[in-house]
Design a protein around this ligand. Structure first.
Ligand SMILES: Nc1ncnc2c1ncn2[C@@H]1O[C@H](COP(=O)(O)OP(=O)(O)OP(=O)(O)O)[C@@H](O)[C@H]1O
Ligand SMILES: [Mg+2]
Length: 288
């Protein structure tokens, strides 16, 4: 980041100034309209022991253009919540799931999933650009498709690898291709399940920043599942923590760090460290 240091008289209450980072607070969510909304969401799934309630009475909402991370221990139901938000499973009766006010009865238009397993989600016999075009084929005119693919590849810094095959790319690049495929669909909401979980720290940081820039530009709503506390605090406007069996929302933590965020400067802010500790304590109950 090469932003100039900001004068102290522009300081926003509750937002710490740091040289090199603009004092722009997180999104002001006072009047944000809901994009994804779950009310009293319960989900039952079949297991070897019979039907199991996985989520019970979850209230969860994400505003338009908001970035919300979902955290919780392994098996707490994060992926299940994401699937319910994206219309990939049937919730129990009495549950309400809506996307921009419309009931979710299947995957809504404008919702795109991004998973951790990029290698399995790219088709090896298709070039990078043809993988990115997958969700558009037959849906938009050819010229528009080419334009959108080129734009999406440029957004993730892979314009020069369009004609290559995914298996010739590094893991981080392959995950970029998956992100480009999602972006080419011009999503209103990105549902991301540990998308950077398998990447090394440097690549992960670069992709976090890519995602941050893309979200700022496209104003997409993001629901982001992660196990990485630093990642959740760094990227989010809000962190929701699931807990219990069956799971419910145990904590909602607002993240009002200035944007754009910076891998070094943001992570040195006292507020970043405070939030990191708060999330850690909420997940592992160190303070019990
Ligand atoms: N398709 C399925 N059928 C039956 N049970 C399932 C299915 N998917 C998940 N479950 C069960 O639901 C519970 C929550 O699983 P889920 O995958 O949502 O957890 P998670 O929080 O995403 O875990 P992780 O952090 O390990 O990815 C687990 O007990 C799991 O066994
Ligand atoms: Mg999961």
């Amino acid at each position: 980041m090469t932003e100039p240091a900001v004068a102290s008289d522009t300081t926003v209450p509750g937002v710490t100034t740091v040289p090199g980072v603009k004092t722009v607070p997180g999104v002001d969510r006072t009047h944000v309209r809901p994009a994804c909304e779950c009310r009293n969401l319960s989900v039952d799934l079949e297991s070897a022991q019979g039907t199991q309630r996985i989520l019970a009475g979850v209230d969860f909402e994400v505003g338009e253009a908001e970035f919300v991370s979902v955290m919780g221990r392994s098996g707490s139901g994060k992926t299940t919540l994401l699937r319910a938000v994206g219309g990939l499973l049937d919730p129990a009766t009495d549950s309400t799931v809506t996307f921009h006010g419309q009931p979710v009865l299947g995957p809504p238009d404008g919702v795109v999933f991004v998973f951790q397993n990029y290698a399995a989600s790219l088709l090896p016999w298709r070039t990078v650009e043809k993988n990115v075009a997958l969700g558009l084929e037959g849906k938009v005119a050819k010229a528009e498709m080419h334009q959108r693919v080129a734009e999406a590849l440029a957004m993730v810094g892979l314009a020069d690898r369009a004609k290559d095959y995914p298996w010739r790319l590094s893991g981080g690049m392959q995950q970029r291709v998956q992100l480009a495929r999602a972006l080419a669909m011009r999503p209103r909401a990105l549902l991301m399940d540990e998308p950077f979980g398998a990447l090394d720290a440097m690549t992960k940081g670069a992709l976090q920043d890519e995602l941050q820039r893309v979200q700022e530009r496209t104003r997409a709503t993001v629901v982001f599942v992660t196990h990485d506390i630093d990642e959740a605090v760094y990227l989010s406007d809000r962190i929701v923590i699931l807990e219990g069996g069956p799971a419910t929302v145990a904590h909602r933590i607002d993240v009002n760090l200035p944007r754009p965020r910076d891998q070094l400067a943001t992570k040195e802010l006292p507020e970043f460290l405070r939030l990191r500790r708060q999330v850690y304590d909420a997940i592992v109950h160190r303070d019990d």
